[in-house]
Design a protein around this ligand. Sequence first.
Ligand SMILES: [Zn+2]
Length: 151
Amino acid sequence: MLGKIAKKLRILGFDTIYISSNTNDREILDLLLKTKRILLTSDKELFYRSKRYKCHSIILNKNTEIENLITIFSNLQIKVIDTLLSCHRCSICNNKLEIIEDINLLKNKIYQTVIKNNNEFYKCKRCNKLYWHGSHIKNIILLIERINKML
Ligand SMILES: [Zn+2]
């Protein structure tokens, strides 16, 4: 479930690393101490261990994704999620996206109807995944509106 939350956070513009649950706790704690990142975990033991090292950690123990997202934003004292920040970070690898200036570069890579129906396209420099404001972004904007009502 946290993998999906990591993807959503990236789509919302947050710099998010996802570490699989079979990673050693010591490695995670070292990374936290070195990078000063915020730990999001559903693992109570790891949460309490990280607190002993004075890491900024948030326990995600709610039943639904939206409740866990609300927990994160409330903890970070974020009052509003900006819809303009979405589509700036790759949901797969966390790299920043760049806008594609030359639409001709998209030919043979995505459907003509998609090219015709959208005017902004983005590309991840690292993994080459293409993004546009399709239905998935519309759903994200609906999610942001739901979150903003609950914050
Ligand atoms: Zn990428």
